[in-house]
Design a protein around this ligand. Sequence first.
Ligand code: BTX
Length: 326
Amino acid sequence: MLKEELLKVFAEHPGEFVSGEKISQKLGCSRTAIWKHIDELRKNGYQLESAPRKGYRLVSKGDGIQPHEVKVALKTNRFGSEITYFNEIESTQTVAHELSHKGVKEGHVVIANEQTAGKGRLGRKWYSKSGTSVSMSIILRPELPPQQTPQLTLLAAVAVVRAIKSNVGISCDIKWPNDILLNGKKLVGILTEMQADPDVVHSIIIGIGLNVNQDSSEFDDEIKEVATSLRIVKGRVIERAQLIAAILNELETLYDLYLEEGFKPIKSLWEANSISVGTYIYARTMREVIYGFAKGITDDGVLLVEDQQGVTHKIYSADIEIASQK
Ligand code: BTX
């Protein structure tokens, strides 16, 4: 809270130095406490100048996400009520694992303006640039057997699609299990990891990476042919804090529905937004490539593909390519 009050003081003195003494009088705290909060603001991307005898001056708010702007737009009870924010971090997923071990509450969210070592599935990389992406990890603590956790990946995909629709007015497609595509290009990646014993889940960490304000020249070479952003399609810059809040609002609503009524209503919503059921696909698993008709998903989130010999395969993990119908 002191951080917000400190920002208020700077807002009252735009472009000016404010002495440490004046700040400590206004906020009723020690100079050391102020110094600590100035340091924290710097870590959050704010540029602050300090000069002997003059005090501190806010030069720029940086290109970061303001966690208090996320909080103002939340309609949730739990999700996002605690936010850990970094201007730059290796991976929000790694931090979320550590926080989860320390026992933070369900719904705690880790958000970063930039990740330097973002993680995709199966050891792949996830790119996120400063000022343009959403990178966040949400900690859940459902009482579920481990085999049901893939359902939460599908739930997260539905939440993101609905939030993008309501907040930006764009309809996206879900490709099993966790890709969100816009005009056939990858807009969002979702990584679900869990901390569990064989029969009990301790926590589930849902990582969401979303391309928001990149223009096409800003994508790294490895992904420039396959990636897109909301800005490219919408033609304007999108406010990231609002979008994060919209995602958390949808996530909590769907998660509560899931806890009350099970996977059935989520499954219907997922199928309604999916381009990878009711069509012919190639499923590239670790062992083989299966070509066939994707019939649907099971209650465990497993994809069912019928091959040309009429055999139905259960696909637990694969990369999916939509094929033209044969
Ligand atoms: P995935 O394995 O399905 O996708 C990774 C693949 O997607 C990469 O190999 C690359 O080809 C492509 N890719 C990488 N970055 C991008 C991008 N920005 N846009 C489009 N395509 C890209 C998807 O894994 C799961 C990603 C989860 C990312 C979140 S961000 C917050 C959290 N923290 C963290 O480290 N990971 C998660």
